[in-house]
Design a protein around this ligand. Structure first.
Ligand code: NDP
Ligand code: OXD
Length: 316
């Protein structure tokens, strides 16, 4: 019998993808599945969690470390009976790169009027629209963590002016940064706002009517654009729809929503100036997740410090 700690998997990704990723992974460790309701999870020392079952911690009372299946940990923090043990969030190059691809794609789509041309195409209209250059616009990235910083750098390479805002001030070459107390000054310069914030008590509902009204009006796009790939709980959707209808916002790209899947009768589906993606801006590579966690388990068992541990006081 191996003395390596057993693992419980409660990842609400496709079961087939999880099973395939598990082939050859977690060598020497017993792997239990939370979906197997007869499994004795009391043996598990580690858990892999994405949207965990509400009774997971009752069934697995002897866990020592939790590994988040994603970068965001809001659903883990909200799970009843959460034990006071380290939560390691997922930080991985492929997750970061894919997010930056999505962010750059959305900024370029609004810059180059992709939603308006899509409308024209449906009506067979051949008409060139005004198209400013990236350098004429300022993209404000809200959240300068692992994902925000990489997106900011890649937007800069595409030629945008890029500024960034985070709770604590950051130093990033070529990018002007603002701290928590300077939100209004940051917003007043922003033509395209990119949300890459975790969902916490402080960020819940932050994207609301008041914030939208503080973005730079009458910039090169005519009205500012809102892009969100952080969490839907940070956006007040009735305010967002009202701002889009009143042209306070000229467009939006939304990957995350207050309620997911997005309700079939949501206005967002049919708004011509809104691009909707199904929480797919980036996705966890499950093999990389297991590989990263294996390294961390070995560290933990050698008595070394874990990396990327969530700070329970800030909530991310
Ligand atoms: P990080 O923890 O690395 O960064 C979070 C950033 O947000 C930090 O810069 C932090 O500031 C800032 N922040 C947090 N709270 C506040 C606040 N109250 N005011 C101002 N700034 C704040 O996270 P990641 O970059 O790895 O991920 C960000 C989020 O992206 C995840 O939490 C998740 O919700 C979302 N995500 C979405 C995906 C998708 O497919 N849609 C995929 C992956 C992640 P400071 O630097 O000062 O700590
Ligand atoms: C994450 C996500 O947080 O995919 O990693 O949303």
């Amino acid at each position: 019998m191996s003395d390596k700690g057993a693992v419980v998997i409660d990842l609400k990704f496709g079961r087939r993808d999880v099973d395939q990723a598990l082939v050859g992974a977690l060598a020497g460790r017993q792997v239990l599945h939370a979906s197997d309701k007869s499994a004795d999870l009391s043996k598990a020392s580690y858990a892999f969690l994405w949207k965990p079952d509400l009774d997971l911690f009752d069934r697995a009372p002897n866990l020592k470390v939790l590994f988040s299946g994603g970068a965001g940990v809001d659903s883990i923090l909200a799970t009843p009976g959460l034990p006071n043990i380290p939560i390691v969030r997922f930080v991985d190059e492929s997750l970061t790169t894919r997010m930056s691809e999505w962010v750059v794609l959305q900024c370029l789509s609004h810059l180059r009027q992709v939603p308006a041309y899509a409308v024209q195409q449906r009506s067979h209209i051949w008409k060139e629209l005004h198209q400013p250059e990236a350098k004429d616009l300022t993209v404000g990235v809200l959240g300068l963590g692992v994902l925000g910083q990489d997106s900011a750098r890649k937007l800069k390479i595409m030629g945008f002016n890029v500024i960034g805002w985070s709770r604590t001030k950051k130093t990033i070459e070529g990018i002007e940064t603002y701290d928590e107390s300077q939100l209004d000054a940051f917003l007043a310069r922003t033509d395209i706002l990119v949300g890459l914030l975790p969902l916490t008590d402080e960020t819940r509902g932050i994207f609301n009517a008041s914030l939208f009204s503080k973005l730079r009006q009458k910039g090169p796009l005519g009205a500012p654009v809102f892009i969100n790939a952080g969490r839907g709980g940070s956006q007040v959707e009735k305010d967002l729809i009202a701002a889009l209808e009143a042209k306070i916002l000229g467009g939006a790209s939304l990957d995350v929503f207050e309620q997911e899947p997005l309700l079939s009768d949501s206005r967002f589906w049919s708004m011509d100036n809104v691009i909707v993606t199904p929480h797919a801006a980036s996705a966890s590579d499950i093999r990389a997740l297991l590989r990263n966690a294996e390294v961390q388990m070995e560290r933990f068992e050698r008595g070394e410090a874990l990396q990327h541990v969530v700070d329970r006081t800030t909530g991310y």
